[in-house]
Design a protein around this ligand. Sequence first.
Ligand code: NDP
Ligand code: 8X3
Length: 250
Amino acid sequence: MKIALITGATAGFGEACAERFAKEGYHLVITGRRAERLQEVQQQLEQQYKVKVKTLVFDVRDKAAVETALGSLEDAWRAIDVLVNNAGLALDLSTIDEGNTEDWDTMLDTNVKGLLYVSRTVIPWMRDRRKGHIVNIGSTAAKTVYAKGNVYCASKAAVDALSQGMRIDLLPYNIKVTAVHPGAAETEFSLVRFKGDASRAKDVYKGFTPLSGKDVADVVFYCCSLPPHVCINDLVVTPTAQANAYYIHR
Ligand code: NDP
Ligand code: 8X3
């Protein structure tokens, strides 16, 4: 029996990863803040793939909530083979002199500190078992900074650096660390970034074929399906029409 823990599984990449891993027979721990959507995902996957799915509702920014929720897992559920650190978001596009400092806090607290809190709880379980695989979802924004992307890009550059640091520190414990950096993908990402403005969100993907959640989930699963001695460290995946976070051919 294999277990994958996926954060941010109520939508987008996380939900698609949950389905992909369920399809391969993994039992799942899925997390997010929206309890109802998490339950819908749980019911659908349990029914369709006959796997066990545990839901944990918490905000990754809340250190105590992360520790309490993950700490509630029974021993059998702590045998996590794959951790997908996916929960994250961007808020708005604005120049550094005009940025909203609350948005900055939310992005850094979610994308960087939230990822750390979850990892800090799960890693010792992997360390004790001398095995595990952590997949951190970065972004092309980690690799190329674009105009008005400042703080979001910095948060994803931090994910890139943390992935490298984790990999070094966890070598003695046979724990793989992979950073997957997707380009433009049509999920709820832009709707969240533009605070519910659906037409502005739609425009982001105009004139080219973006990635889907499923495309990214397939890549994440591929990274986790390689032999024990093979680890993809860093992987950038974009739509064919995209060269980096800045250049898209429309
Ligand atoms: P979605 O908005 O579709 O999904 C984001 C997920 O993160 C949701 O399940 C949401 O759950 C969860 N989440 C957000 N904030 C929190 C929080 N504070 N606590 C717990 N869960 C949270 O976006 P994507 O699937 O596109 O994004 C997933 C990851 O991929 C993010 O890290 C994003 O930065 C990154 N990314 C996205 C790209 C894209 O173009 N879409 C490209 C590159 C990277 P809930 O709201 O229920 O809490
Ligand atoms: C999400 C992709 O280009 O909006 O990380 O930063 S982008």
